[in-house]
Design a protein around this ligand. Structure first.
Ligand code: ADP
Ligand code: MG
Length: 283
């Protein structure tokens, strides 16, 4: 029993300081935080040493997994953390829910396949891309989120500063790259060329999710070249799941709903009770 063999609280001064130091060096913050409390619990319950140690190590493992996921989520630079828990599939009946839930298992990332979400504004393309990104982080995969405009300006800047190769290598290394809002801004010839290189370098090496408000036939205009668009689509769509996300804007529907309920509230009568007289007036 721990309580008898190693009464807690008798490790005065130096051993505790040394233990804290060693645990920090070994990167076991949860063991450091919990060892005293768990020791007291184990002493109380008559738990033996191996079980005490096991409990501590298990706590460390659980915490470590959580910390790793949090680090991956931070590294992904999501503009917001969204999941499928808050996604209302009923709001977009045209979307293949089975396919989306299958994608949420992230096996396409292991197969290095791509996803393209196409549809008008406000239909949840970014939400789905974020939720797929989060799912990948939780499955232990590295993710990077960016918009097409931000990515292109980053690439141009890197080229001007002669660090394009490094950026290209970093972009090729993530397991899942999410490029949001392709098509919102037309690209310069250099921008389109640099973007094409990103797709080209990721082809069959990593997964890419692209969201766009433009149907494929309008991509030539966005990229400014038929040859480049053909080559890009060829790579992007070789192994791809396409999410058709045309429908009513969720944002518009929500604000219309809010307006309706505000109006309904206005039309409702309210009873006010005068605290002094107890008189009821209806407004
Ligand atoms: P898009 O990228 O297609 O323009 P967003 O994903 O940005 O659309 O969606 C707009 C807003 O509406 C976001 O706040 C998003 O979370 C929300 N939203 C869109 N579709 C849904 C849905 N089906 N269920 C829940 N929230 C949704
Ligand atoms: Mg969007």
């Amino acid at each position: 029993m721990i309580g008898e063999a190693m009464p807690t609280g008798t490790m005065s001064g130096t051993p505790q300081v040394l233990l804290a130091h060693h645990l920090k060096q070994l990167k076991l913050p949860t063991v450091l935080r919990e060892y005293d409390k768990v020791a007291r619990e184990c002493a109380r319950d008559g738990t033996d040493h191996p079980r005490y140690l096991l409990r501590l190590i298990e706590l460390e493992l659980i915490d470590r997994e959580r910390r790793t996921i949090e680090r991956r989520i931070r590294a992904a630079r999501f503009p917001a953390v969204k999941s499928f828990d808050t996604f209302d599939f009923a709001a977009i009946p045209g979307l293949n829910k089975m396919l989306v839930l299958e994608l949420a298992r992230c096996e396409y990332v292991l197969r290095r396949e791509n996803v393209i979400a196409l549809g008008n504004s406000g239909t949840g393309k970014t939400h789905v891309a974020l939720a797929l990104g989060l799912a990948a982080c939780q499955k232990g995969l590295t993710v990077a989120f960016t918009t097409a405009a931000a990515l292109v300006s980053q690439l141009m800047e890197a080229r001007d500063e002669r660090r394009l190769l490094k950026l290209q290598r970093d972009l090729a290394a993530v397991k899942l790259l999410i490029i949001d809002e392709l098509g919102y801004v037309p690209l310069s010839p250099t921008g389109a060329e640099l973007l094409f290189e990103v797709f080209s370098q990721r082809y069959e090496r990593g997964s890419t999710i692209v969201t766009s408000n433009l149907p494929f036939e309008d991509w030539i205009q966005m990229l400014g070249s038929e040859r480049l668009t053909g080559a890009l689509l060829d790579r992007l769509t070789h192994h791809v799941s396409i999410l058709a996300m045309n429908g009513d804007s969720y944002r518009l529907k929500q604000s219309a709903g809010r307006r309706r309920s505000a109006k309904a509230e206005q039309n409702q009568t309210t009873e006010i009770i005068d605290p002094d007289t107890g008189e009821i007036t209806t407004t």
